[in-house]
Design a protein around this ligand. Structure first.
Ligand SMILES: [Zn+2]
Length: 269
């Protein structure tokens, strides 16, 4: 077979493979109320600074966030987290023991590589039970600890995304490099955009890029305070909140559950 003939065959085959059986018109996607993008602000681990520093900032700006909590950390600031619920923030599930890859030394004794799907199902259900007992709300969305979605290793690796899909309206990842495309994203593994350690400029840019393409940015932070590796900068956060709350920006600032529920209802129609 000559090289040119092989190329010709490939072209023909590719054309057949991509020709749809029927022509279906996909209606254009619209966010509600003429908004041009959606943004969720999320913070993980129920760290103390989220209560002590974050809640007053959100109150001042009339904004709500999604907090992915560990029950053990809720107990360290119980009244603060009760206030978070009263302020209308979403309380999400982040597991009980935060299992993560054993490659991170802190998680060596609680490594996903040594987990089974049964153990992970228990983590998810037990966290929901404990959070509901502590705060009176049952989490509707989940954030994968360390953004990792597997248990086991090698031939015995399993994705635990289906466990999350069974239990929650959305599951959020971490350290992803794009915002969610509302027409295709899997709500059980929604992408999470890093928020910590950034100045206002890159945060605004992530929102503007998403707005140009009608996407949904889910920012992921940890502590709230002076900018550092795992801390979202207070001044940058305040500047971003002002930008997001400006009607001219055209952004729907909603909790993960609110936006995921909207997308799910659209898809179920
Ligand atoms: Zn975490």
């Amino acid at each position: 077979m000559t090289r040119s003939k092989w190329r010709c065959d490939l072209r023909t085959k590719t054309k057949e493979a991509v020709t749809p059986a029927t022509t279906k018109t996909v209606p254009p996607f619209h966010w509600p109320n003429q908004k041009r993008a959606a943004v969720s602000l999320t913070f993980d681990d129920a760290r103390i600074s989220q209560v002590d520093v974050g809640l007053p900032i959100f109150k001042k700006h009339g904004a709500r966030a999604t907090f992915y909590t560990l029950p053990s950390n809720i107990r360290k600031r119980l009244s603060g987290w009760q206030q978070a619920v009263a302020d209308g923030h979403e309380i999400g599930n982040h597991s009980v023991t935060h299992p993560c890859t054993g490659n991170y030394p802190d998680f060596r004794l609680n490594a996903l590589e040594n987990y089974t799907l049964e153990m992970m199902a228990k983590e998810l259900d037990e966290a929901n039970t404990q959070i509901e007992q502590l705060l009176g709300v049952r989490p509707r969305t989940f954030a994968y600890p360390c953004g990792l979605k597997f248990v086991g290793h090698g031939l015995n690796v399993h994705s635990y995304v289906p466990l999350v899909a069974q239990r929650f309206t959305a599951g959020r990842g971490y350290l992803d490099e794009a915002a969610n495309d509302p027409t295709i994203c899997d709500l059980a593994q929604a992408l999470g955009t890093p928020f910590d350690g950034q100045e206002y400029g890159p945060m605004k840019q992530a929102v503007d890029v998403a707005t140009a393409d009608a996407r949904w940015v889910i920012f992921v932070g940890h502590d709230i305070g002076p900018r550092s590796h795992q801390t979202t900068d207070t001044a940058a956060l305040e500047a971003l909140l002002e930008y997001l709350q400006d009607p001219e920006t055209g952004v729907w600032l909603g909790t993960v559950d609110e936006i995921a529920t909207y997308l799910k209802q659209r898809r179920d129609k």
